[in-house]
Design a protein around this ligand. Structure first.
Ligand code: BDR
Ligand code: CA
Length: 304
């Protein structure tokens, strides 16, 4: 399966990209970057570093530096560390980003691989909305667009209403959710059920000392954050769940809903099922969390 991940790496983004590199069924053909967990230049640098670490020789295209309408946001340093990978210090990668910007690259890839490309956005949806501006049929050309973001009945994680990726660019999300095509939302309704513990990552580091060891370092600081908000004994596998939904959609149950996004006021970033003529989005509402958990760690453990 041909896959492009649009990402703001980010600790759980690193987990998701590592998973995509490790699963032999996935042909990862590119990464596009966006602001969110870090600023866009850091996201691009981190995406390139992940390619170095994982031995991936694929294009990385740099994307939007700020939301579609809202002013720029401060990155989530409290969750992902000041450079995006928790305690791992900043370092430049060997390779550089391609000259083509993320939206142009996405549009070109969707045309070249018409009907065969799966897109997995795991950051704010700014680049995807920009690709739709360039080509109104962009999402319809994809085999699927599987989004990590939003929440149907679970409430938010940035505040009571909004999930972070949608909160950071609600106007972009609103464009994407009405674009049509095979769009799935892997939101907090399911990612809050997909949990991993400190011991899971320790064990991974023993089996995969190089990449798994790096993920372990990052995960321990990510879990420190989760402990401060007191929600879980461990962390959610937000972004990995979306990548796994690309290759194993049947691990999830879905409800079809036309989705709207609140774009202002205190509920800005909330995703809501609406009664209008928008094409339905497949909203994941249940997950086989035990299978997903084991598959995630078993697959990553195959990396050096
Ligand atoms: C999402 O927000 C980011 O912090 C994570 O990387 C993930 O994509 C979870 O709400
Ligand atoms: Ca992310």
């Amino acid at each position: 399966m041909k896959l492009i991940i649009d990402t703001d790496p980010g600790i759980d983004d690193a987990m998701a990209i590592g998973y995509a590199a490790a699963d032999p069924r996935i042909d990862l053909i590119g990464l596009t970057t966006v602001f969110g967990n870090v600023h866009t230049p850091q996201a691009t640098r981190n995406a390139l570093r992940l390619c170095d670490w994982l031995g991936l020789d694929i294009p990385v295209a740099s994307g939007a530096v700020q939301p579609r309408v809202l002013p720029p946001f401060p990155p989530s340093h409290n969750v992902h560390g000041s450079e995006g990978f928790g305690p791992i210090p900043a370092e430049n990668a060997q390779a550089t980003a391609i000259e083509e910007a993320a939206p142009e690259f996405l549009v070109r890839m969707a045309r070249e691989h018409q009907g065969a490309l799966v897109l997995c956005p795991i950051g704010p949806l700014t680049n995807i909305a920009a690709a739709i501006d360039l080509d109104p049929d962009f999402t319809k050309r994809l085999k699927a667009c599987v989004i990590m973001g939003g929440s149907l009945r679970e409430g938010g994680n940035i505040n009571a209403y909004a999930e972070a990726n949608i909160y950071h660019d609600p106007h972009a999300a609103d464009v994407v959710f009405q674009a049509g095509g095979n769009i799935a939302m892997i939101g907090l309704d399911v990612t809050h059920r997909t949990l991993a513990s400190r011991a899971d990552f320790d064990h991974l580091a023993n089996r995969s000392p190089d990449f798994g060891g790096k993920l372990n370092e990052m995960a321990q600081s990510y879990i420190d954050f989760y402990e401060t908000v007191g929600k879980f004994d461990g962390c959610s596998l937000h972004d990995p769940a979306a990548v796994i939904a690309c290759i194993d959609p049947d691990l999830f149950a879905y409800e079809p809903h036309p989705l709207g996004v609140v774009c202002d006021g205190k509920r800005s970033g909330e995703t809501c099922a609406v009664l209008d003529s928008r094409p339905p989005v497949r909203v994941a509402t249940k997950v086989d969390a035990a299978t997903l958990h084991d598959q995630f760690f078993e697959t990553l453990a195959t990396l050096p």
